[in-house]
Design a protein around this ligand. Structure first.
Ligand code: SF4
Length: 304
């Protein structure tokens, strides 16, 4: 495989873990070397309506992850290693193939750990006049410098805001310092994209620039969820769209975490929605009842 070389991989501090390993020689916490790996590239209908629309989001699912969530539902790719190595040139081709299928955008799902290669592919297609917006779909456990380096390349940021208490981040995602990293990350995203702008050509329903912050409500963690909603609304107001997710589903491997080994109750989710509405939050709040694993795509190397 033809390979570009990147200084960033020689002592990797791409994400907040700052492993400082040379990814040309070994892997860091994310179990990923310097070559990009992808598990699936296909139209995806299950993002927020302004991302998926009716035609779908062109989702590229990268292999590996810098988080260590005990409740992960995508463990086949986050830690299971499923994926195929692709060059920057092949990734650029994938962008065009998704555009040909009618995608509204190119959705880089957990590409956080391969940003140098992804930036090369994005620059190549942009130089050739590629018009679709690029989305960074991220855990937010990133070094803020990594996000700065995306200015002018990423049009829509789709960050998770998983935790606001460090003890939860350490216990459930092995991610010390997550709240501080996520706050800095979202600050930088909003600096780059301070306004949500919709595409006028599609009945004004498709986002073409902006920040959507997601929070997945977890069982027994309603207070944390409310603290996160309050923090985000106080800090950013209507500059960001909030997306409050209710599809938490136990993954069958939570014997050591009985407190989160159940779905979120309707009472918990409705309480969060009422709270958000009382603050005047605008955003996406899902229909209760979507909590199953039907939204997990097959990581079968489609489109790779
Ligand atoms: S991307 Fe993050 S987890 Fe992976 S090697 Fe670099 S610093 Fe470590």
């Amino acid at each position: 495989m033809e390979r570009d070389l990147y200084k960033e991989y020689e002592e990797c501090i791409l994400c907040a873990r700052k492993c400082r390993v040379n990814r040309y020689e070994k892997t860091g916490y994310c179990k990923s070397g310097a070559d990009m790996r992808i598990a699936r590239a296909a139209l995806h209908m299950w993002e927020e309506p302004c991302i998926s629309g009716t035609k779908g989001s062109g989702a590229v699912f990268f292999t590996g992850c810098n988080m260590g969530c005990v409740f992960c539902q995508n463990h086949m790719i986050s830690s299971g290693g499923i994926g195929k190595e692709v060059s920057e040139g092949r990734l650029a081709e994938i962008f065009y193939e998704l555009a040909d299928k009618g995608a509204n955008n190119i959705n880089l799902v957990t590409g956080d750990i391969y940003l140098p290669g992804i930036k090369t592919a994005m620059k190549r297609v942009k130089e050739r006049g590629f018009k679709l917006p690029f989305i960074l779909n991220t855990s937010s456990y990133l070094n803020v410098e990594s996000i700065r380096s995306l200015e002018g390349l990423i049009d829509i940021y789709l960050p998770d805001f998983k935790y606001i208490r460090d003890e939860d981040a350490k216990r459930l995602s092995n991610a010390p310092g997550y709240p501080k990293a996520a706050k800095a990350a979202v600050d930088e995203m909003v600096r780059q994209c301070p306004e949500c702008i919709f595409d006028e050509t599609d009945n004004g329903s498709i986002l073409k620039r902006g920040v959507i912050v997601r929070h997945l409500l977890m069982p027994g963690m309603l207070i944390q969820a409310k603290l996160i909603v309050k923090y985000l609304h106080d800090r950013y107001g209507d500059k960001v769209i909030l997306s409050l997710l209710d599809q938490y589903t136990p993954n069958g491997r939570l014997e050591s975490f009985p407190e989160i080994n159940r779905p979120v109750s309707e009472t918990e989710y409705n309480s969060l929605i009422r709270y958000a509405q009382s603050l005047g939050v605008k955003g996406y709040m899902q229909e209760k009842g979507s909590a199953d694993d039907g939204f997990i795509p097959e990581f079968d190397l489609s489109g790779v």
